[in-house]
Write a protein that binds this ligand. Structure first.
Ligand SMILES: Cc1cc2nc3c(=O)[nH]c(=O)nc-3n(C[C@H](O)[C@H](O)[C@H](O)COP(=O)(O)OP(=O)(O)OC[C@H]3O[C@@H](n4cnc5c(N)ncnc54)[C@H](O)[C@@H]3O)c2cc1C
Length: 491
């Protein structure tokens, strides 16, 4: 980025919401810049969550959450094909174990019907156990939602960004918004450490930081409380224990601790819900782990704890109004909030993007379709899914597909290089991991980590000591300077 640049619209935050908005706006003849403070996109809440495309029975009718959940869920059917997203339409079950839970299920069914969720049905105990034979035999019944699915939120954000960039959006990473500059009550630009970006409109999609961004412009109309959720992920060996997303009957605060498959054939349990003071707190705790294990065992008594391979947590951006905040700022003209996007924000993201485009239009922005807009991304090569003949052809064309770098997940050097070179390419080891799965297997990168680091250094033309794990300062190796502490061997 030059010291000073210009755009029609600047989007702050490269999570699934910011990238979906970037892709939506790339359909029109607008100059759009997406800025992200981290080295890679989707490094906030979008990387750590339950990855469910919710059906939409949970939110109260007349909320934005309800409306945009159902619309977003439906939109993913087309997006899946256009952008080659990994989606499995598994359906979901909300399981009742008590008479009180059965009452909750009936309420959810009615709410879902009001929200126009397709295909909802109450199942008997036998019907539930036919779908999920490993569930507790104490089950009394369940609410079945066939339109629910599971997907890869990070992959979707990268796909939105890839498509947006291919259609002309500029992405600046490591470019935090420091100030929203306004003159006479109207946005004129965004100040970043890389320079000033002049613009007429700013979209605030900064996740848990959206209230801070809003305050940068003198708008304190909402606040965000960070609410952490912890998880445990299990090896693929036990991935067939559940086939669908299995929720317990929900409480007032959360959808409860669920047992859920992933698109890659693992299962996970979680999340709990804990209000935290620090928006960066993604630690996991023994108390949290015990809590989610106890709750998950109520659903799945034979939970194979020895097969747990990792734990993680994500932070919800809970707005004080309880709903998504998608509207013009009442304090500064030209500032539009896409804030307070907690669950079902992944599901709703493409629908949120449509609403933001509509707000721009209502503000007088002419949304002229771009004749060159291409809604499709090229299909990436996933080497292990190819037939033998296709593998042979891929290696003949590019010998790097013949070198397996990640043994656990069978990821080749060709796939890693492609992930670095795609429009929204990986710049960090975790960026490669999330785009390709290198490092996501049983050994969690113990074997392939140094190899991925070396490939990143080569492809980005930087030294190994400049390669980062994920965030701006997460360097992995130190270069030894001449004369630095010499290690002497023992005689
Ligand atoms: C435990 C948990 C479970 C969930 N499960 C589901 C689910 O199953 N289904 C579902 O639909 N939703 C779910 N959600 C909700 C979903 O994950 C979020 O709604 C969604 O990820 C929010 O995306 P976002 O783009 O708003 O925020 P983020 O992904 O946090 O993106 C915001 C981005 O803004 C960047 N940023 C911040 N400040 C600045 C700045 N000053 N300048 C530039 N960039 C900045 C950040 O680095 C970040 O990349 C869950 C959330 C949690 C925490």
């Amino acid at each position: 980025m030059q010291n000073e640049t210009k755009a029609d619209v600047v989007i702050i935050g490269g999570g699934i919401v910011g990238t979906a908005i970037a892709r939506e706006l790339s359909k029109y003849q607008l100059d759009v810049i997406l800025i992200e403070k981290q080295p890679d996109i989707a490094a906030g809440t979008t990387k750590a969550n339950s990855a469910i495309l919710h059906a939409g029975f949970d939110a109260h009718p007349d909320t934005l959450k309800a409306k945009l959940n159902v619309r977003g869920n439906a939109m993913y059917h087309e997006l899946e094909k256009e952008l080659h997203l990994d989606v499995k339409w598994t359906g979901s079950l909300v399981v009742a174990k008590t008479d009180e839970d059965m009452v909750t299920l009936k309420e959810l069914l009615e709410r879902g019907q009001q929200n126009k969720v397709p295909g909802l049905a109450l199942l008997t105990k036998d019907e539930v156990l036919l779908k999920e034979p490993n569930l507790s035999k104490d089950v009394k019944g369940a609410l079945w939602a066939p339109s629910a699915g599971i997907f890869l939120p990070f992959g979707a954000a990268v796909a939105f960004a890839d498509n947006a960039i291919s259609n002309g959006v500029r992405l600046f990473t490591e470019c935090p918004a420091e100030k929203i500059v306004a003159e006479a009550g109207k946005v004129v630009g965004v100040q970043t450490p890389k320079g000033f970006i002049g613009c007429n409109y700013v979209i605030n999609a900064a996740g848990v930081y959206a209230d801070d961004i809003s305050r940068l412009a003198g708008d304190d109309s909402f606040s965000i409380t960070p609410r952490k959720g912890e998880y445990i992920l299990f090896d693929r060996k036990v991935g067939n224990l559940v086939n669908t997303v299995v929720f317990p009957a929900p409480s007032k605060f959360s959808k409860g601790i669920l047992v859920c498959p992933t698109v890659h054939g693992n299962i996970f349990i979680g999340p709990n819900a804990q209000e935290i003071a620090n928006k960066e707190d993604i630690s996991t705790s023994p108390t949290g782990m015990s809590e989610i294990i106890d709750r998950a065992q109520e659903l799945l008594p034979n939970l194979p704890l020895r097969e747990a391979i990792t734990q993680f947590s994500g932070v919800r951006a809970a707005a004080d109004c309880g709903d998504f905040v998608i509207r013009n700022s009442e304090f500064v003209a030209g500032l539009i909030h896409a804030a307070g996007i907690q669950s079902p924000g992944l599901t709703a993201a493409p629908a949120i993007a449509e609403v933001v485009a509509e707000i721009l239009k209502l503000n007088g922005v002419e949304l002229k379709p771009k004749p060159s807009f291409n809604s499709h991304n090229p299909k990436p090569i996933v080497f292990k899914e190819l037939s033998l003949a296709e593998k042979q052809a891929a290696i003949e064309e590019n010998p790097l597909y013949g070198r397996v770098i990640c043994r656990c997940e069978t990821i080749t050097e060709g796939e890693i290089v492609a992930a670095i070179q795609q429009p929204c390419g990986a710049k960090t080891v975790d960026g490669v991991k999330r785009r390709t799965r290198a490092g996501m297997g049983r050994c969690q990168g113990g074997f392939c980590g140094p190899r991925v680091t070396a490939i990143l250094a080569r492809e980005l033309n930087i030294s190994v000591s400049q390669v980062r794990k994920e965030s701006a300062e997460s360097y992995l190796f130190y270069e030894k300077m001449p004369g630095d502490c010499e290690v002497t061997g023992h005689e």
